[in-house]
Each structure stands twice: as C-alpha cells, then as structure tokens.
Design a protein around this ligand. Structure first.
Ligand SMILES: C[S@@+](CC[C@H](N)C(=O)[O-])C[C@H]1O[C@@H](n2cnc3c(N)ncnc32)[C@H](O)[C@@H]1O
Ligand code: SF4
Length: 372
C-alpha cells in the first residue's frame, strides 16, 4: 500500500487562520516564448502582461486575508519579458513584502531600473557553463549571453547600491557536474550564491502522464523521454520514494497562491495549462472560498495518490541519497554536495498532520476544553 498519500484531505478540515504564512506566485506574463524547455508551450495562456494596478489590488486583498510572507514574480514565465518589471517590484516592496525573481537570463531589459527597485532575490536558472552542456537542457538558450548578463546584473547591483541576494540555481542533470564547479567559481566571482538543485520534470500534467494517470490529456513524447533520461534524480525511483514517504499534506495547495497575469487563481504552481486549472478570480473571491474550490479539485487526489506533491516539494529525506548514488553510478569521480531544501511555507503543528489524525487530535483537545 502507498503511504505518501493524503488524498482523504477535504475542505472540512481546512482551518481558516489569518496568521498562517502564505507565499504568492504571480505570473507576470501570460505566456513565456523564451522558455527554453517549454514542453507544453501550446497550452493556453490568456492575458499578455499583468497590469500594475492589478498587482496592487491583489496585494491589498492578500494582506487583508492572510499573512503574506513572500511574492515571487515569475511562476512559469520570464519576468524580464514584462514591460514594467521595476514598477511591479516596487509595488511589492512598497507593501514590505519580500519580492523574488527567477530568470533564465537569456534576456535582460532595463536592468538598472530593475536593480534600483531592489528585488529581495534574483535567481538565475541554468544547467551548465559551456554551451555544449547547457544547450542539452536549456534548448534555445545561449550560455555565453547568460554569463554576460550575469556580469551585467552584478554591475547594475553595484551601481544601484542595493541589497538584492543574487543566486544561481544550478539544475543538476546527469553529465553536467563537470561544469558545476566552473560555474560556481564564475558565479561567486560576481557575488552570486550557488544553490544547486536536482532538476525535476514538470509540469503536473506531464508528471501525471508519467505516473500513468489518465486524468489529464497529456502524454510523454520522445523529447520528454530524453530529458527524463538525463535527470540526475531518476524519476521512477524518486516517484517510488515519494509514494513511500510519510503521509503529508500539500503545501502548494495549503500555503501558496498561484495567480495568472489576468488575476485568476490556478490550482497550484505545478500545473501549467491555465485553461484546465483555473479556480476563479483572486479579486472578488474570498481566500476561504478559493481554498474550498482547490480542496475539491479532482486532480489533487490523483496527484497525491501518485506522491507527486512530495516530489514537487522535494519533501522526502532520501531524494538526495538516490540522486547522489545515481550520479556516482554514472560518474564515479563526481563529488557533488547535498542540495538545500526548498523554501516553501509548510503546514506545521496540528496543520501538518494528515487530516484523519488532525480531526482526532482536535476532537480530543476539544474534549479537554483546549482552544486551537
Ligand atoms: C519554470 S521556472 C520559470 C522562471 C524563469 N523563467 C526561470 O527560468 O527561472 C520557475 C522555477 O523553476 C525552477 N526550475 C525550472 N526548471 C527546473 C528543473 N528542470 N528542475 C528544477 N527546477 C527547475 C527554476 O529554477 C525557477 O526558479
Ligand atoms: S495538484 Fe497541485 S495542489 Fe493538488 S496536490 Fe498536487 S501539487 Fe498539490
């Protein structure tokens, strides 16, 4: 029997609480033409750019109904495609909410304005130092351009005199470990912190197909298979481990709000096709109502049955061991470090318990007259 599953979760057990921490993931752009992987690029993405007024209203509403701890301005898109990126960052920061950007940095617009807006974090996603290695998994990307842009970002940060944390997310695949040390030296020379991550296969739709679920109309094609075969954390083994992990709720559903450029909430940041996963407009729908709709979504059951939510949040102790052993099998001389856990607000205390257990704890505490 699978144990990484918590699909018995129902909204009856959702606990409205304004003090719990929320992270918002906002699509600044409707579609992402520059995404070098883009394995579902034909999926529908409605409005082109999020308007600054919409962002302002979203944040005001969020602050009125939850404890907003972070806003990330990218989700599945490329922040530098937005024509008013610096204004969007300023809006977030004017509310004293940390603002994160993640970019493939094949494009760099208005970098002085962007850095002057002082985003709390700017992460560059890449997977190699040489074009030969990088180009395997960032297919349309140009690593020489990325490296020049990294230097440009570092200079703009210095000119602006700001505190932005510069990070390189080095996606680890089989065979790109040779470039990791070179990239680390280059990144650190510019003031970037290297944060390697085991590359995963996304989005939710494709992962459901990989796991054998027919809930969504998606299929694994030859290109997908090539990427899957390159993963340092082997997908089938990771899935088996996720399915055997302790039962857990899904932080992407409980603590994150993914909002499209037109202001629609989608089921979670792991799902890509906005036409299939829209829950409702963020403005005009109370957060508890949105949560109710998310918790009733039929796809979550299938996702959790297959342990995908554990995989998406890297919440399994043995992923590192599996990946390191796989790399060592292929490249005995590779000496890779463990990766840092993902920073996602996770349910804690009673909220982290599987629902049946939570219900029982609440019942017992109620019997004792405790207030939770
Ligand atoms: C889908 S990307 C979109 C944002 C932006 N275009 C970028 O490339 O960083 C969102 C986040 O997912 C991470 N990501 C993307 N592909 C990944 C992969 N194959 N494995 C691990 N993380 C990945 C990126 O580092 C980024 O922080
Ligand atoms: S579909 Fe998304 S929200 Fe639902 S369980 Fe899976 S990862 Fe969580």
């Amino acid at each position: 029997m699978k144990t990484g599953i918590a699909n018995s979760e129902s909204f009856d057990n959702w606990v409205p609480n304004r003090r719990i921490k929320w992270q918002f993931d906002i699509y600044l752009v409707g579609s992402c033409p520059s995404c070098p992987v883009g394995n579902l690029s034909e999926a529908k993405t409605p409005e082109k750019y999020m308007r600054p007024e919409l962002l302002e209203r979203i944040i005001r509403k969020a602050k009125s109904e939850c404890r907003l701890t972070e806003i990330n301005l990218y989700n599945w898109t490329e922040p530098f495609l937005h024509p008013n990126l610096s204004e969007m960052i300023r809006i977030v920061r004017s509310h004293k909410v940390p603002c994160g950007l993640s970019t493939n940095l094949n494009l760099l617009n208005d970098i002085d304005d962007v850095m002057a807006a002082n985003p709390d974090m700017l992460k560059v996603s890449l997977s190699g130092f040489s074009q030969k290695i990088y180009g395997r998994t960032h297919r349309k990307g140009d690593i020489e351009l990325v490296k020049r842009n990294m230097a440009e970002v570092a200079r703009a940060k210095e000119r602006a005199g700001v505190t932005t944390r510069l990070v390189v997310a080095y996606h680890r695949y089989l065979g790109n470990h040779q470039d990791e040390a070179t990239m680390q030296a280059y990144a650190e020379s510019l003031g970037f912190k290297m944060e390697p991550a085991w590359a995963f296969f996304m989005p939710l739709e494709k992962m459901l197909a990989f796991a054998g679920s027919d809930m969504i109309d998606a299929a694994i094609n030859t290109e997908d298979r090539q990427i899957i075969d390159l993963l340092a954390l082997p997908l089938a083994d990771a899935l088996a481990a996720a399915q055997s992990a302790p039962q857990q709720s899904c932080p992407l559903r409980a603590r994150q709000m993914a909002i499209t450029a037109s202001g629609e909430v989608t089921l979670c940041c792991a799902s890509f096709d906005q036409s299939k996963f829209v829950i409702g407009p963020y403005l005009g729908t109370p957060i508890d109502e949105l949560q109710k709709l998310k918790y009733r979504h039929e796809v979550c059951g299938s996702c959790m049955d297959n342990g995908l939510h554990v995989l998406f949040t890297y919440n399994c102790d043995i992923f590192d061991d599996i990946a390191l052993a796989n790399v060592a099998r292929h490249y005995p001389d590779a000496a890779l470090t463990r990766v840092k856990p993902l920073k996602i607000p996770r349910p804690h205390g009673i909220h982290a318990l599987p629902f049946k257990m939570k219900r029982e704890v609440k019942r017992l505490l109620n019997q004792l007259g405790a207030n939770i």
